[in-house]
Design a protein around this ligand. Structure first.
Ligand SMILES: [Zn+2]
Length: 278
């Protein structure tokens, strides 16, 4: 009888402790709408993968934070236009991304492209990629990193660059925290170790964090409209660089109607506010 009573007390204590730790974690997550003067690094493989983060990036930029975009590839394979060449497509996609960033207010000097071939990340030595990301993390020391969700169950079916970039970004960020990984960064380049403490995983189907982007939803639609070589008929026959004005107007109207009805527009992420010691 006494043992049973003790078990109840212990279970009760465990439940309280568990609740405290969950609440503790929730309260440790900062309200990103209040962020000012932070550095946010967005990392992804292709010029248009920013799509699901654009409203959040525009909000963070408007609030006086620094956004740095890191692109693994030039996006030079993503066209079904038989007249297109890889070289031309890389140039087109760079311009499309620059135009999209302008709509979000992000300065073009904060754009870093590592220059790899689209679809080929899987075949680049992992050590090389991980070191590049590790160095960038140590250089920019971002308060938060946005990257493809490496944990989502559907990622395993996703295209190769998405899978590769999701894992490489995290591996690079983890390495950045420990000076014995790529020690020459510190010894010869003066780059100190740095621990990323806030991750926002996009392209997720296991989101736990919602950002209200209603105020920036129009910027997002305008930004996305610049990816003429990717979305719609332009992927089959490039007709850019100007966006399809009719399509854009329809999307803007639909968005305005939703907002007029009181609907809120949001973006979803899987957020991990931890130093990732696992
Ligand atoms: Zn992509």
């Amino acid at each position: 009888m006494k043992t049973k009573k003790m078990s109840f007390i212990l279970i009760g204590l465990l439940i309280i402790l568990l609740q405290m730790s969950i609440l503790g974690q929730a309260s440790a997550q900062e309200d990103i709408t209040q962020w000012r003067n932070k550095t946010i690094m967005w990392v992804g493989p292709h010029q248009d993968d920013e799509g699901g983060s654009m409203g959040t990036l525009a909000m963070l930029q408007a609030n006086g934070n620094k956004i740095v975009l890191v692109l693994y590839t030039t996006g030079n394979k993503g066209s079904r236009d038989l007249e297109m060449t890889s070289e031309r497509l890389a140039q087109i996609r760079r311009k499309e991304d620059a135009n999209a960033m302008r709509e979000l207010g992000i300065p073009t000097e904060n754009y870093i492209c590592l220059g790899y071939d689209d679809g080929m990340l899987e075949y680049v030595p992992k050590l090389e990629l991980t070191e590049k990301i590790c160095r960038l993390i140590r250089q920019y020391r971002p308060d938060a990193v946005f990257t493809m969700d490496p944990g989502t169950t559907w990622m395993r079916w996703h295209k190769t660059d998405h899978r590769s970039s999701a894992f490489i970004t995290l591996d690079g960020a983890r390495a950045a925290a420990y000076h014995l990984y790529f020690p020459h960064h510190r010894i010869y380049e003066g780059l100190q170790p740095f621990t990323v403490r806030d991750y926002f995983f996009y392209s997720t189907r296991e989101s736990n964090f919602k950002v209200d982007i209603t105020e920036f939803s129009e910027n997002k639609i305008r930004a996305r409209s610049w990816y003429v070589s990717q979305f719609g008929a332009g992927n089959f026959k490039y007709v850019g660089p100007e966006p399809d004005q009719e399509r854009l107007n329809q999307q803007l109207k639909r968005n305005a109607d939703r907002i007029a009805k009181g609907e809120r527009i949001s973006e979803n992420f899987r957020r991990l506010s931890s130093s990732m010691s696992f």
